[in-house]
Design a protein around this ligand. Structure first.
Ligand code: NAG
Ligand code: NAG
Length: 407
């Protein structure tokens, strides 16, 4: 047995070496996460009321609704899956009343459907609902998740201890060296130690200028607080993301949060804008509704093949960017975006106003296009609208988005 003084010396040595250790600089795996994730997460529809029956029912909807064929892949569990305490070896324990076959049993069933499983933890001492957090437990938790067959980790930002809060200015002015970034970097390094590639989502609510360093730490990062099923959230997400789209490319995605299509009172026009905005900005698209109740109209929106092809383009990683359409007034929520895909030049026009109005798209204003005669193609219907010279004038419903390809 060690004498108390030896224990004290050993402890002092240990904590000194820990706090002197340089924070890890491991970068996320490129075995996954090149394109923005497509899938589903339970939180917006089910909150903490989550378990195997619900998750498998939703996974089966991926197959029966044709979502898997359309490219949807990740079935993600949010908060509240664990017991409140770790076991005697320090591992997180799935609540057996929710997961009769454990998370590993569920992962097998999800994988057998040809889908992938996501899980949730937190870069603090507890998750937002008070379950165990992973800060200081990164190695064992990453190994546990990988051992269960998990493919995706959403890593939240609740219960950050006081000594981990950020200084007003991070060391050297670089937010990659902020305490916030380091909390996430510790998990990146732990995930890198696993043989299984895990897509890593930093649920950091747009803090610590995450768009400046997110790609060195994870595959995607949240740009705002939580989504709500309201038009005001859709416009907030668009406004928050528009200035930071130069951060988006392969393996590098601003996350506008889980979808609200099917929830609350979003009109069909608002659902189209919600989907088009997430797709054109190349945010992860994780459906957030009960898929057993999704209407045919909403399903058609989230399965739109041309918009999904823009989002999942294997050759072009950049999103559509805001541009100034000559003759259009400046609006508080940006309305004009354009980008390239393997199929050509795309323009997205949002009507953020409260009534139907007429829009004139000037081809010379579209980056990389120029004036001339173009065939205007409607991505929603998959049909050509016609040939137009120099501009295209059309009527756009309140809160709707025109999704066009010009050729
Ligand atoms: C905060 O305190 C914990 C426990 O002593 C320590 O492990 C950690 O390194 C500290 N964090 C920072 C940023 O100093
Ligand atoms: C949606 O609209 C219905 C009917 O207008 C209303 O009763 C309900 O409270 C609204 N729900 C939300 C979430 O706004």
């Amino acid at each position: 047995m060690l004498s108390p003084s030896l224990v004290a010396i050993a402890f002092a040595f240990c904590s000194a070496s820990l706090s002197n250790a340089a924070p890890p600089t491991a970068t996320p795996t490129q075995a996954v996460g090149k394109l923005p994730a497509l899938g589903w997460n339970n939180y917006n529809a089910f909150g903490c009321n989550v378990g195997q029956t619900t998750i498998l029912a939703q996974a089966n909807q991926f197959i029966s609704l044709g979502l898997k064929t359309a490219g949807y892949q990740y079935v993600n569990i949010d908060d509240c899956w664990a017991l409140r305490s770790r076991d005697s070896s320090g591992r997180m324990v799935p609540d057996s009343s929710k997961w009769p076959n454990g998370i590993s049993g569920l992962a097998t069933q999800i994988h057998n459907l040809g889908l992938k499983l996501g899980i949730y933890s937190d870069a603090g001492t507890e998750t937002c609902s008070g379950y165990p957090g992973s800060l200081g437990h990164e190695a064992i938790d990453a190994a546990t998740f990988a051992g269960w067959g998990v493919d995706y980790l959403k890593y939240d930002n609740c219960f950050v201890p006081a000594n981990w809060t950020d200084a007003k200015t991070p060391p050297g002015g670089d937010w990659y060296n902020s305490n916030s970034a380091i909390r996430y970097r510790q998990m990146t390094a732990a995930l890198d130690q696993q043989s299984r590639p895990i897509q890593f989502n930093l649920c950091i609510w747009g803090q610590a200028n995450v768009w400046e360093w997110g790609a060195k730490v994870g595959h995607s990062w949240r740009m705002t607080g939580d989504a709500t099923a309201a038009w005001s959230f859709v416009t907030t997400a668009i406004t928050s993301n528009a200035p930071h789209l130069s951060s988006v490319n392969f393996y590098s995605h601003n996350d506008m949060d889980m979808m609200e299509i099917g929830n609350g009172n979003l009109t069909i026009a608002e659902q189209r804008t919600h989907f088009a905005a997430w797709a054109m900005m190349k945010s992860p698209i994780l459906l957030g509704t009960d898929l057993t109740k999704l209407s045919a109209q909403s399903l058609a929106i989230v399965k739109n093949a041309e918009i999904l092809a823009f989002h999942q383009d294997p050759n072009i990683g950049t999103p559509a960017m805001q541009f100034k359409n000559s003759g259009s007034p400046t609006t508080s929520v940006p309305e004009y975006f354009a980008g390239k895909s393997s199929a050509g030049t795309h323009v997205f026009v949002i009507n953020t106003g409260g009534s139907t109005s007429s829009r004139t798209l000037n081809f010379a204003s579209v980056p990389g296009l120029g004036s001339g005669t173009f065939t205007v193609h409607d991505m929603w219907s998959g049909k050509d609208i016609g040939k137009f010279t120099n501009s295209y004038t059309f009527s756009l419903g309140s809160h709707d988005t025109a999704a066009l390809r010009l050729k």
